[in-house]
Ligand binder design. Structure first.
Ligand code: IP8
Length: 266
């Protein structure tokens, strides 16, 4: 079975939740993004969203990323997956009520990692849904791991993996800044936005990026970029836009010029 080149849209957890809170969804933002997605009317679309203040605090509390070391963590593994299904339910609500044929796929039920990297991918259902015109929706999740017992799988790793597997036409990353900067724009006033980067420039830029914060178990902007590099190297362009600002995701999805960072192979 083969799939017409899909577009993969990643919606950051810091866009759809308030990372300063706990289980704090931004339902009005989720609704606006559903409206923009509906308006864009992309034919072959896969959506992946992050964990924000749902997945990350719970995963951190129980040390889920580091793997199973103690039986007491098992309830934390269950809880991390559960809170992600709650956030996913809110995203699904918005998408379906905007008449998008969105269909939720739990990554923990079709992906298994080895030392944190995707090793097994049962993609028959995802591929069939895509071929039938559905919009598969996945998310960062607590997943089983062949070496660690379990771990946390980031939405960004899922995006990069699926993009390469299905030869995606494009990846659109919705974040809560205007794109990729040479310093953290929330701290450094003079931070400069990169509007266009090749993959070799991106490799150099990586050293200036921030890693994980207390509330982010999957590596922050540096983790995000590191995941995307192999997809860009395979020729899949990435457009990073501010999904907290209206119409940026819409414009990126329909291929209109938009403020953000455009990353391509060369
Ligand atoms: O926000 C992490 O996904 P991400 C999901 O895409 C969990 O890194 C469970 C923390």
């Amino acid at each position: 079975m083969s799939v017409a080149k899909p577009i993969i849209l990643k919606i950051g957890g810091s866009v759809i939740t308030d990372k300063n809170g706990e289980l704090a969804a931004r339902t009005e933002v989720i609704n606006r993004l559903a409206e923009e997605t509906q308006k864009a009317g992309v034919k072959n679309l896969i959506i992946v969203h992050g964990g924000g203040s749902f997945g990350h605090p719970t995963a951190q509390k129980y040390g889920i990323k580091e793997g199973l070391k103690d039986d007491a963590q098992k309830v934390g593994f269950a809880e991390t997956h559960h809170v992600m299904t709650v956030l996913n339910g809110l995203v699904m609500d918005a998408l379906v009520w905007h008449s998008i044929p969105a269909f939720s796929i739990a990554p923990s039920c079709c992906l298994v990692t080895e030392n944190g990297r995707i090793k097994i991918c049962e993609d028959t259902i995802l591929e069939t849904l895509l071929n039938m015109g559905f919009v598969p929706v996945l998310y960062g999740d607590a997943v089983l791991d062949e070496k660690l017992g379990f771990t946390v799988l980031s939405g960004d790793q899922i995006v990069s993996y699926l993009a390469r597997k299905f030869g995606a036409a494009e990846i659109v990353i919705g974040v809560d800044t205007d794109g990729l900067y040479d310093a953290d724009p929330k701290v450094a006033k003079n931070a400069k936005l990169y509007t266009h980067l090749t993959v070799s420039e991106l490799e150099k830029v990586k050293s200036t990026l921030g890693g994980s914060t207390a509330a982010d178990v999957t590596g922050g902007m540096l983790g995000k970029i590191s995941e995307l590099v192999p997809a860009v190297e395979q020729g899949i362009p990435v457009t990073m836009v501010n999904a907290s600002k209206p119409n940026r995701v819409y414009k990126a999805l329909i291929g209109e010029k938009v403020e953000g960072t455009f990353i391509e192979k060369a």
